[in-house]
Design a binder for this molecule. Structure first.
Ligand code: NAD
Length: 505
């Protein structure tokens, strides 16, 4: 089935307010993984232009930080309204540009709306604290100030939601935002930028020019942002390779980085698990978004007493799942992003076979011709956690291993370089609590009776070890977008020094 995706894409972009002139004549060819066809040729930002855009953002910050935080919240409320109105079109565009099934494309936009709502409330709660002073007639307080322009580098697989997790918080915190989207997904970024422009127009003059800027391109453009000392905070989402480079560069100039990198997430299926629920959760966690989520379930550790009951059912679900064009309603698994992703999947499966793994599925399926890459998700039975299992392969591969004690399962789970998400399926409260304790899961996210993916925006999102240690979205993640200031205020007439030090002159 081949439809003219380019025409549909252009109509969606026009309705979202993108200038058609931005879609032709550039060197960056944007292709849809659905058919492999080229949708547009977008112009990349030159390094001189990136420098100017960062300058504009720095100028905008100086004005924006003076706008009262609840007014900044009003701006984010208007942005949320634009996103609500645009949900159908933007969700479809996400689906076309990165190949997600439509409900996941729409879900991604809903996540943007949710974080805007969260940030509106937050704009009245950026509270500091008052601490007891050891000195008479002194007050000791702590307050939070806007940090400066925030650079956001995003990955292809959540082309718009990741920007919003950062930007909605940054805006209410008083920061301007410079966005470097994935070079694989510049169209959705152009669309979001057009919606931000509408929100700015509705908000009026208080929204400075340069509050939200967009720089398009590959690694070199990202590096220009990362190296620029005018940008005190860099939030980077992508591979661990990218994060290692970005983290080092930002640290060298004493900037702050929020790193959201690769995951290698595991679920443990215990003897007391509800197996029907487990089966559904595992299917979504491992095969949803064609295995291209940072939180995708990649390793399933199954207790030896339930292994033989679970595996045949899981194999049947894998064999029967509908892989197809994500525009079709009943499709659950869409395409891989590109040929490189397919090659990486093939290499990982070959390595698993060599290491003695039994591979079920994983074959390429011809859905929309040679330029698109659809695969049947792979289930791989392994006898031990070899090197290929320890790596994140960004494709639908689920490695399954047996275990006999919970201590052993936790040790296997934690014995990987990454530390993003994890979960346990159990109804035994002792096993659940052991898993959630300090000696249990070492991940930033540890769930019970659900999969590893599909986080809500209300919690802090991120992970440990090679996942980078950053936190975004809910809870007190906003603090990363502000600078902390401690204030000691003497309202007396004497000058007592702390720690009883004497210095009389
Ligand atoms: P990627 O690392 O190839 O690219 C991510 C972004 O970084 C792109 O915008 C890219 O242009 C930019 N970039 C790459 N090298 C750079 C450098 N040296 N300096 C500055 N910018 C640079 O990742 P991808 O293939 O787009 O996405 C998949 C990866 O992202 C997976 O590893 C996945 O787990 C991870 N991811 C993590 C999270 C999370 O929250 N932890 C969320 C989504 C994706």
């Amino acid at each position: 089935m081949t439809q003219d995706l380019a025409t549909e894409t252009r109509a969606l972009l026009a309705s979202l307010g993108v200038d058609p002139a931005r879609l032709d004549g550039g060197s960056l060819a944007v292709r849809s993984p659905i058919t492999g066809e080229t949708l547009a040729h977008v112009r990349e930002t030159t390094l001189a232009e990136a420098d100017r855009e960062i300058g504009r953002a720095a100028q905008a910050f100086r004005t924006w930080r003076q706008v009262p935080a609840p007014r900044r919240g009003e701006f984010v409320r208007l942005l949320g309204e634009e996103l609500r109105r645009a949900k159908a079109d933007l969700g479809r565009l996400v689906s076309i540009e990165v190949g997600k099934v439509l409900s996941e494309g729409l879900g991604e936009v809903q996540e943007m709306v949710d974080i805007c709502d969260f940030a509106v409330g937050l704009s009245r709660q950026l509270q500091g604290q008052c601490l007891p002073s050891e000195r008479r007639d002194h007050r000791l307080t702590e307050q939070w100030h806007p940090a400066g322009p925030v650079g956001v580098i995003s990955a292809f697989n959540f082309p718009v939601a990741v920007w919003s997790w950062n930007a909605a918080l940054a805006f209410v915190c008083g920061d301007s935002v410079i966005w470097k989207p994935s070079e694989k997904a510049p169209l959705t970024a152009l669309a979001v930028s057009a919606l931000v422009a509408r929100a700015c127009a509705a908000f009026g003059d208080e929204a400075p020019d340069g509050l939200a800027t967009l720089i398009i391109g590959a690694r070199d453009v990202g590096e220009a942002l990362v190296n620029d000392a005018r940008v005190p905070v860099i939030s980077a989402t992508g591979s661990t390779r990218m994060g290692r480079d970005v983290g080092e560069r930002v640290a060298r100039r004493f900037g702050k980085s929020i790193l959201e990198l690769g995951g290698n997430n595991a679920s443990i299926v215990t003897p007391s698990a509800d197996l029907d629920l487990t089966l559904r959760a595992v299917a979504f966690g491992a095969m949803g978004t064609a295995g291209q989520r940072c939180t995708t379930l990649r390793r399933l550790l199954v207790h030896e007493s339930v292994y033989d009951a679970l595996l045949p059912k899981l194999s049947a679900v894998y064999a029967g799942i509908k892989v197809g064009d994500p525009r079709e309603e009943d499709t659950l698994v869409g395409p891989l992003i590109d040929a490189d992703a397919f090659e990486a999947m093939k290499r990982a499966l070959d390595a698993a076979r060599t290491a003695g793994g039994r591979v079920h599925g994983g074959d390429r399926i011809d859905i929309n011709g040679a330029e698109s890459f659809y695969v049947r998700p792979a289930l791989v039975e392994m006898t031990e956690q070899v090197d290929c299992v320890r790596e994140e392969t960004f494709a639908p591969i689920l490695y399954v291993l047996r275990y006999s004690t919970l201590e052993e399962a936790i040790a296997i789970q934690n014995d990987v370089p990454q530390g993003l998400s994890s979960s346990i399926f159990a109804t035994d409260v002792r096993e659940i609590e052991q898993y959630l304790s300090a000696t249990g899961s070492d991940c930033g996210i540890a769930n019970v009776n659900m999969g590893t993916s599909g986080a809500e925006i209300g919690g802090a999102f991120g992970g440990e070890k090679e996942t980078g240690g950053g936190r975004e979205s809910g809870s007190d993640s906003w603090k990363a977008y502000m600078r902390r200031q401690t204030n000691a205020i003497n309202y007396g007439r004497s000058l007592p020094l702390a720690q009883g030090v004497k210095f009389d002159v």
